[in-house]
Design a protein around this ligand. Structure first.
Ligand code: GLN
Ligand code: ZN
Length: 752
C-alpha cells in the first residue's frame, strides 16, 4: 500500500515559526531571517515524513499564517484597501491577517473564523465586485521546487475551489457562483503549472462538503469540478474531504473523473456507510483517513484493520490521516513528565507517522511486531474512575438545570442591587500578559522564586489594573487573570482528572498556539480555584469586581477528550466541578460571575441537522447546571468569541445567563438585527472593538459604533466592552483602548 498524510503541523516543534514571525513583526528580524526559518521548518517536516516512509508527502500545507489566506492571496483575492497600503507582498499578506496601522494609515484585519469543528482559525477571504480572480502567487510552486531539491516526492496541497468560495465573504452584488468561472480558470492554471513541474498528485482540500449542501451548493460544486477535471493534464487530482462526510455528493463524486477520493473514517461512521452502500470505483484511489488527526491517542490497529477490510474496496488504497496533523502536537516523546500509564497511550504527529507506517506493514503482511504490541497496549487502559463523581451525576434531576426566578424577574432585582449607569462598561477578563507576567510564571516553574513571591507579584499586578480601571471609569472591574497561562489549562490544573503536556502546542491561529490539557480520568474539584484572587481584587475597590470562570463546554472542547466515555458524560462532570466554584464565589460575596464559553459554538456538528440532537441538547444544559444554584441577586455573565450565533440564537438565550458579551467588531453588526428579530432576552455586550489587532480605536469611532448598537437594541439591555480578553495586547494598547471605550460610552450615555 501507499502511505500519505493530509498535512503536517507547521509552527515548529518548539514554536520556531511563532518566534521568527513575531520578531519580524516587531522589526527585530529581517524578512530573510523569517523566510529562512520557515524554509528550515519545511525541510525538517518533509524529512521526518520521509524518514517514516510516508510515500506521498504534502507540500503547500505550510503557511506563514493561514492556508485559506494563502489560497486567496495566490488567487489575487486582496481587497483594494490593503493593496492601497503599497506594502511589500509579505507585509501585504500580514496586513490582511492582522490589520495595519502606521502614522498615516489604519486598516482592520480581515475577519477570522473557526476552521470547521477544530480550534484552528482561518482568515475569511473577502470578494467585492471588482475582485479579479487569477493565479498570481507562486508559493505552492516554489515549495514544490524546494521539496524536489530535497529529494521529496511531493503531493501538492491547496484549499479547493469549492471550499474557498464557500468560506469567503462576498460584500458586493456578485456571489460565489459569479466567481466560479474565474476561479476554475485559476485552478486550471495551477494544474498546468504543476503539470510542468511534473507533480503527480494535487490534493484539493474540500472540507466544505461536510455541511448540509443546498441544491445551489451542489450545482456549484458539480459545475466547478465538471469543468476543472477536464483540464487535469498529467496531474492526478485528489478530492480530499475531512472532519465529516460527503453524503450529499458521494454518488456524484464517484462518477466524476477524480483520480483519488480522500475520506475521513474517524470523525463519523457515515463515510464507511457510504462506501459500503454505493461501492467505491476500482479505477480510483481511496485515500483512507484512518489515523485520527485531531486526537492524541494511539490508533487501535485491530479496529482500523477491521474497518478497512469491511469496506470491501477492490481498487488501490492509500493509508492516510483523517485530517491534517496540524491539529495535534509534534512529538509525544518530549513528554517526559507524564506517568508511563498515560504516556504510552499518546500519539502526536511523529507517532502518527509511525502508526501509518506500521499499519501499512501489518496490512502488507510485513508486521514487525507492531500489532501484538498495540493489542497489548489496548488491553491495559486504566482511566482513573471516581465513584463519588458517578454517584453525583446519577442523582441529577431536572431541577438542577433550572435557575429561579425567571430571567426577567432577576433583571429587575439585579438593577436595584447594582445601580449601574446606562451602558455599563466592562472588559472580558484578561489584561495584557506582558513579559514580566510570563517571566514571573516561568520563574516559579523553574523554582527560582517561591510561591509567595509569585503570588505577591500577581497581587501587585492586580492592584495596578484595578487602579487603572478605577481611573478609566470602568463600571464592572476584573482582576486581570494574570495567574492564568491559559483559560482552560488553568482550571484543568486545579481539577482532578486532567493531565498536562510540557510541549503539546497546537496552532490556534497565525502565531498563536494553545496547549490543550488531556482529560484522562473522571473530573472533580477538590479545592477552591479562583476564590482567593477574586476576593483580593474585590477588597481593593468599592466598585463591583466580577469573578472569572471558564465554562464546562469550553473546558471540554479545548481539551483532548477521552475516548472511553461520551462527550456528554465528560461535560457533565466538568459542569459539576465548576458549579462548586460558582457557589463558592457567591458565598464570598462576589456578586457578578462570568462563565466564559468562547468555544460553545466550536463543536457544533458541521451539519445543521445534527446541531441539537448531537450537541446542543447536552451542551446547553451543562452550562445551566453550572449556575442554576445561585441567588437571584447574583448576576451571571457569559462570553463567546464569535459573532456567528445568529443561527443558534435560541440556544444561546437558553443558557439563561443574565448578560452575554461577544465578538461583533470584526464583522458588521448584522448579528444585532438577528438579536432583535429573535427577541433575545439576555442583556448583551457586543464587542465594540477588535482586540486581535494592535490598532487603537478612537473615541469617535467607538462612539459611532455604540450609537449604531443602541439604534437597534434597547439601551437598558446593552453593555459596552471589547470583543475579547486583552491578554495578547501590550499594556499601552489595552489601557488606551479601554480608556477610549469608557469615554465613548460616557459620551453616548450623556445623550440618552
Ligand atoms: N476571560 C477570558 C479572557 O479575557 C476570555 C477569553 C476568551 O474568550 N477566549 O481572556
Ligand atoms: Zn473571547
Amino acid at each position: 500500500m501507499t502511505t500519505s498524510i493530509i498535512g503536517f503541523p507547521r509552527i515548529g516543534e518548539h514554536r520556531e515559526l511563532k518566534f521568527a514571525t513575531e520578531h519580524y513583526w516587531k522589526k527585530r528580524a529581517t524578512k530573510e531571517a523569517l523566510l529562512t526559518a520557515a524554509k528550515n521548518l519545511r525541510a525538517q517536516h518533509w524529512q521526518k515524513q520521509q524518514d517514516a516512509d510516508i510515500d506521498l508527502i504534502p507540500v503547500g500545507d505550510f503557511s506563514l499564517f493561514d492556508t485559506t489566506l494563502d489560497a486567496a492571496f495566490a488567487l489575487n483575492v486582496v481587497p483594494a484597501r490593503y493593496r492601497a497600503l503599497g506594502l511589500s507582498a509579505l507585509d501585504e499578506y500580514f496586513s490582511l491577517a492582522r490589520g495595519y496601522q502606521s502614522d498615516t494609515e489604519s486598516v482592520k484585519a480581515l475577519p477570522m473564523k473557526k476552521w470547521f469543528n477544530t480550534n484552528y482559525h482561518y482568515i475569511v477571504p473577502e470578494f467585492d465586485d471588482q475582485t479579479d480572480v487569477k493565479l498570481v502567487g507562486t508559493k505552492l510552486f516554489d515549495e514544490i521546487n524546494e521539496a524536489k531539491a530535497q529529494g521529496i516526492s511531493p503531493k501538492a496541497v491547496i484549499v479547493g475551489p469549492f471550499t474557498l468560495l464557500k468560506l469567503s465573504r462576498f460584500i458586493g452584488d456578485k456571489q460565489a457562483a459569479d466567481f466560479a468561472p474565474a476561479t476554475i480558470s485559476a485552478y486550471k492554471a495551477i494544474l498546468a503549472k504543476l503539470g510542468q513541474q511534473k507533480v503527480e498528485w494535487l490534493q484539493l482540500d474540500e472540507p466544505a462538503l461536510d455541511f448540509n449542501l443546498t441544491d445551489d451548493d451542489k450545482a456549484l460544486f458539480l459545475s466547478i469540478y465538471g469543468e476543472l477535471l477536464s483540464a487535469k493534464g498529467n496531474v492526478k487530482v485528489l478530492l480530499q474531504n475531512y472532519f465529516g462526510d460527503i453524503r450529499d455528493v458521494y454518488e456524484d463524486v464517484i462518477k466524476l473523473p477524480f483520480d483519488g477520493i480522500g475520506l475521513d473514517f474517524v470523525e463519523t461512521d457515515q463515510n464507511i456507510a457510504l462506501v459500503k452502500k454505493f461501492g467505491f470505483p476500482e479505477d480510483k484511489v481511496l485515500f483512507a483517513g484512518v489515523v485520527n488527526g485531531k486526537n492524541i491517542w494511539r490508533n487501535h490497529y485491530a479496529t482500523t484493520i477491521d474497518t478497512l477490510h469491511s469496506l470491501n474496496v477492490k481498487g488501490p488504497i492509500v493509508l492516510s490521516s483523517s485530517c491534517s496533523l496540524q491539529h495535534v502536537p509534534y512529538d509525544a516523546a518530549l513528554e517526559t513528565n507524564l506517568p508511563e500509564t498515560v504516556q504510552q497511550h499518546l500519539a502526536f504527529a511523529y507517532e502518527k507517522l509511525t502508526e501509518i507506517k506500521e499499519l501499512d506493514q501489518i496490512l502488507n503482511g510485513e508486521d514487525q511486531g507492531g500489532l501484538a504490541k498495540n493489542t497489548d497496549l489496548f488491553s491495559t487502559i486504566r482511566h482513573p474512575k471516581s465513584a463519588a463523581v458517578t454517584e453525583r451525576v446519577n442523582q441529577l434531576t431536572d431541577a438542577d438545570y433550572t435557575r429561579l426566578p425567571a430571567r426577567a424577574e432577576r433583571e429587575t432585582i439585579q438593577q436595584d442591587e447594582f445601580e449601574l449607569p446606562a451602558l455599563p462598561t466592562t472588559t472580558i477578563g484578561s489584561f495584557p500578559q506582558t513579559k514580566d507576567v510570563r517571566q514571573n510564571r516561568s520563574k516559579l516553574r523553574k523554582g527560582e522564586i517561591t510561591k509567595e513571591e509569585y503570588d505577591q507579584f500577581n497581587r501587585d499586578k492586580i492592584k495596578r489594573v484595578i487602579e487603572f480601571q478605577e481611573k478609566a471609569g470602568v463600571d464592572v472591574l476584573v482582576h486581570g487573570e494574570y495567574e492564568r497561562n491559559d483559560m482552560v489549562e488553568y482550571f484543568g490544573e486545579k481539577l482532578d482528572g486532567f493531565v498536562f503536556t510540557q510541549n503539546g502546542w497546537v496552532q490556534s491561529y497565525g502565531t498563536r498556539g494553545v496547549k490543550p490539557p488531556i482529560i484522562w480520568g473522571d473530573v472533580s474539584r477538590n479545592a477552591p480555584i479562583t476564590v482567593e484572587t477574586t476576593v483580593y481584587a474585590k477588597n481593593l475597590t468599592d466598585k463591583l469586581v466580577k469573578g472569572m470562570l471558564t465554562g464546562p463546554v469550553t473546558i471540554f472542547n479545548w481539551s483532548f477528550p477521552r475516548e472511553d466515555i461520551t462527550p456528554e458524560e465528560s461535560v457533565t462532570q466538568i459542569a459539576l466541578a465548576i458549579r462548586d466554584e460558582v457557589q463558592d464565589l457567591e458565598a464570598h460575596d462576589i456578586k457578578i460571575i462570568q462563565i466564559d464559553e468562547p468555544a460553545l459554538r466550536e463543536n457544533l456538528p458541521l451539519r445543521k441537522t445534527d446541531w441539537y440532537k448531537r450537541y446542543l441538547d447536552w451542551a446547553v444544559p451543562a452550562f445551566r447546571l453550572v449556575h442554576s444554584g445561585v441567588k437571584p441577586q447574583t448576576q451571571i455573565h457569559t462570553h463567546m468569541c464569535y459573532s456567528e450565533f445568529g443561527d443558534i440564537i435560541q440556544a444561546i438565550d437558553n443558557l439563561d445567563a443574565d448578560v452575554i458579551s461577544f465578538e461583533a467588531s470584526r464583522s458588521d453588526l448584522s448579528l444585532i438585527d438577528q438579536l432583535v428579530a429573535a427577541d433575545f432576552q439576555t442583556e448583551v455586550g457586543p464587542g465594540v472593538y477588535d482586540i486581535h489587532s494592535p490598532r487603537i480605536p478612537s473615541v469617535d469611532e467607538l462612539e459611532t459604533i455604540i450609537n449604531k448598537i443602541i439604534a437597534k437594541l434597547p439601551v437598558s439591555k446593552v453593555w459596552i466592552n471589547p470583543d475579547c480578553g486583552l491578554k495578547t495586547r501590550s499594556e499601552t494598547e489595552a489601557f488606551e483602548a479601554v480608556t477610549n471605550m469608557v469615554n465613548a460610552a460616557k459620551k453616548v450615555r450623556s445623550q440618552v
